[in-house]
Design a protein around this ligand. Structure first.
Ligand SMILES: [Ca+2]
Ligand SMILES: [Ca+2]
Ligand SMILES: [Ca+2]
Length: 378
């Protein structure tokens, strides 16, 4: 099973044989054919996906809310065993389709009604490529300004390389060298407006992370503009059980010495780790990302520290037992970022369907910058 069939596959209503995907749709999926027969020009477009009939949802996880796209919400609620409450994953259009008989005639029968109650009939919405089951999406809204960057476009921007500690709270720490484009340079290239205040980075598994543009008092807020404090290299032999020193860029460094980074440590959109392109992530059976690429936000520590043991470790001894107050930057380094929303969205614009837009971008090695940027830049 290749990555594309495993990840992009999503479908309406019938979830079929979970582990055997066929091309774009789930194998066994039997509803999209009715929609595409009625609206053949919608094949492969915004509406040709599970979000047409299924909604996303959100879960409380480890004290924070994780927003799931329709694929993951369905996987989460209905499950790989297909025993969960499927009806809970349907949106208003999906429910009407089911009620009307779940066939070709049902598509026609519900064309004239306004399933999501946003004032536009299903037919009007479908014609305008708006979701008929999502009241927040309607034909009157215009898309926010956006720019799509390919890998070669990102590589053509000034490149920045930095060696740093990624200090995790609950997993292994590690030192590594990342290369890419500073987020500041990328946003300026995209035409960021003076009115912008921050960015939200999204990955297609539902993760999102906000970053203010300027330094902020909150220790968990990693800013976009400017450099972070320089750090030292902390290497004790006994720490190798909880900190990965195996990266080639660690060689020749000595404990306690300064880490020199030309241009300073920055909030980076990383393209490479140790000079090698980041591996594109896949969604595993547990609904989690395997991998970190093709692009990852890398945030340096605001307050440099040595690595520390996992908070979950039973061995909290020197060197460096877990320190709750130390800067655990790794968790704020969004893996497989596909969308960057520059806040705030301009008035009258519609947000893009974030949780649905990601996997295709990962396959194509693209990233979208949208929101408070200049219209028509480049
Ligand atoms: Ca509607
Ligand atoms: Ca709508
Ligand atoms: Ca740690």
């Amino acid at each position: 099973m290749n990555r594309k069939t495993a990840i992009v596959a999503c479908a309406c209503l019938a979830l079929g044989t979970w582990l055997l995907f066929a091309a774009y749709h789930h194998q066994g999926e039997r509803d999209s054919v009715h929609f595409l027969k009625a609206y053949p020009d919608k094949a492969g477009g915004k509406l040709d996906q599970c979000a047409l009939c299924h909604s996303g949802g959100s879960l409380e996880k480890n004290g924070s809310t994780v927003v799931l796209g329709s694929c993951q919400w369905c996987h989460s609620r209905y499950g790989y065993d297909r025993k969960g409450p499927l009806a809970e994953t349907l949106n208003a259009y999906g429910r009407d389709f089911l009620k009307a008989g779940r066939d070709g005639a049902a598509i026609a029968a519900i064309a004239g009604i306004d399933s999501d109650g946003d004032g536009f009939s299903n037919l009007e919405e479908i014609a305008a490529d708006r979701f008929p089951g999502n009241a927040a999406d309607d034909p009157k809204k215009v898309a926010a300004p956006m720019r799509v960057y390919t890998r070669s476009q990102l590589e053509a921007l000034p490149q920045h390389t930095q060696f740093l500690l990624q200090n995790a709270a609950k997993s292994e720490d590690g030192y590594a060298e990342f290369s890419g484009v500073t987020m500041e340079a990328l946003l300026r290239d995209a035409g960021i407006l003076d009115s912008a205040t921050g960015i939200t980075a999204f990955s297609p598994d539902g993760w999102s992370q906000y970053h203010p543009l300027r330094p902020h008092d909150d220790p968990a807020m990693y800013h976009v503009f400017g450099a972070y404090p320089a750090a030292k290299f902390h290497h004790l032999a006994a720490a190798a059980t909880f900190c990965d020193y195996g990266a080639p860029s660690c060689r020749g460094r000595r404990h306690g010495e300064d880490i020199h980074v030309a241009g300073g440590l920055r909030l980076l959109l990383a393209l490479k780790r140790e000079g090698v392109p980041l591996a594109a992530a896949v969604l595993n059976k547990d609904n989690r990302l395997d991998g970190e690429g093709p692009y990852r936000v890398i945030v340096p520590q605001k307050v440099p520290s040595p690595p520390d043991r996992s908070s979950k470790s039973s061995e909290q001894v020197e060197p460096w037992p877990y320190q709750a107050r130390w800067d655990h930057n790794a968790g704020s380094s969004t893996r497989s970022v596909t969308l960057i929303r520059v806040e705030p969205l301009p008035a009258g614009t519609t947000d893009i369907d974030r949780s649905e837009a990601g996997w295709k971008l990962i396959d194509e090695g693209k990233i979208v910058i949208y929101g408070a940027i200049r219209e028509g830049k480049k």
